[in-house]
Design a protein around this ligand. Sequence first.
Ligand SMILES: Nc1ncnc2c1ncn2[C@@H]1O[C@H](COP(=O)(O)OP(=O)(O)OP(=O)(O)O)[C@@H](O)[C@H]1O
Ligand SMILES: [Mg+2]
Length: 413
Amino acid sequence: MNDASTSPPRGRILVVDDQLNMRATVALLLRSKGYFVLEAATGEAALATLASTEVDLLLTDLKMEPMDGLTLLKKALEMAPRLQVIVMTAFGSIESAVEAVRQGAFDYFTKPFKDRELHYRVERALTQARLQSTVDMLIGELNERHGLSALVGHSPAMRELTSRLMRVAQSDASVLVQGESGTGKELVARAVHAHSRRKNKPFVPVDCAALSETLLESALFGHAEGAFTGAGPARRGLVEEADGGTLFIDEVTETTPAFQSKLLRTLQDGEVRRVGESTPVKVDVRIVAATHRNLEREVREKRFRQDLYYRLNVVMLRVPPLRERLEDVPALAEHFLERANAHRPKPKRLSSAAVEHLMGYSFPGNVRELENMVERAAALSQGEDLLPEDFLLSPSEPPQPPSRSQHRTRTDE
Ligand SMILES: Nc1ncnc2c1ncn2[C@@H]1O[C@H](COP(=O)(O)OP(=O)(O)OP(=O)(O)O)[C@@H](O)[C@H]1O
Ligand SMILES: [Mg+2]
């Protein structure tokens, strides 16, 4: 038998069959292929093993007494949702095997079977288990990176924002993130998702300002084959891509009233109609929208539909401009410098004079402007210490505009 503690097992398999012969044959074969194999003679014994031992794959007979294989499958998946299950069934009772697959088994095979077939199916299920655990790990890391820990700054204003964020993240309420350009609205939206029950499903951003109305519509809602000139084959839209997860509608004010009413309909009905298609598709998405504008004013001045405003603005998260929380500047500057230092053999340091200098600035481009300033100073400074003169705050040499596209430089606050 393999010793799981000394050599990394190729996979841990629990074989369940009330017929000793069959169980022993399968177990022997799998051990000879290098797997770590546990055995159980009943469903009850199998559940006890699963409760105490980590198992990657459950290989179970269907016809057993008193607990049958389907019941074992159901209980095992409740205990360990990531468990892969293969069911074995006697020739002629395929229906129950198909039912098992419908209820979450990965695969089935009929007895008697060839050694090669057993090995192939087991290896395939274990590959699936390994992929799944890699994906889980990556999603965990991603959520970690996009969670609250991504938001640097402990000023009272930021602490108030993060505590409000944590409370709304748990709910499924729509969130409106409002803040000037470069304040960190997208980071906030990602943190809402990363702390919600939807965190293992997609976070799908869509930038309304980057696309024309027609493109935005087909990007969001998808389209039927040949729905318009140049449409090509049918395509799922971003709303469908976000199913189960969060749709981040960035710069939501940069849209036409016609588009806004379509968006409202989608949100209200929980279904989306692809362009050129008459049958709607059900979707389950949580909406986080963002704007750098004063949305109340947009509504008052009839540029934004009031009904959509109410639908989006269930919870408002206001991201304060950096000038209202200058005490966050040192931590943010250190954070961006650390990032810039990552590619440098000799790290650069922030002098206290430089920090003081930065804290006297008003940052019209907010955190993004500070980020650009630190990167530039780190790239261009001569010495190891970054000095006040390495940061260009003077009006004669203004810092780079913080925005990515032209509409973002427009301010109406
Ligand atoms: N609190 C923060 N901690 C760390 N990085 C931040 C923070 N706030 C913003 N940033 C960084 O600043 C930059 C701008 O942030 P983000 O894109 O989220 O802003 P925005 O409000 O969406 O801007 P825009 O309105 O221009 O789209 C990003 O690189 C982001 O990583
Ligand atoms: Mg943004």
